[in-house]
Design a protein. Sequence first.
Length: 166
Amino acid sequence: MADASPTALIPHRSIDPRQELPALELEVLERWRERDVFAKSLAARESAEQWVFYEGPPTANGPPGAHHVLSRVFKDIYPRFKTMCGYRVERKGGWDCHGLPVEIAVEQELGIRSKAEVELYGIKEFNERCRESVFAYVQDWNRLTERIGFWLDLDHAYRTLDESYI
């Protein structure tokens, strides 16, 4: 097969067909970290027109699953595309820290089956237990987010339980 003509964007290089893909993945992630590629993509468009994308954030009270990969990939496609079109697209991560899934998980953990049992346990104590539970798997979510190349500012993520958000 003839070599493809080199371009300024994608220079030709040989690729080992027996490449160890997990090692290549780690190499690419490390290169992105070292070069701070996400931050540079924002800085390069500092004065560009802004395009805003509001992510419906996940609840981190459970581990991410394979089905979460697909939704996070879709949540990354549009901001990345708009960035490539020249827009400034800031992407702030977030955590959904309230709602029925959180309450149900805590009720199951505590063996609670009714509103009366929640009241007996203590509303304040129950709410505190819910707040604690929503961050149980944050590190797993952050790792998944990085590994699939979903560029988000996770260091300054918003949390729906914070007064500043409410």
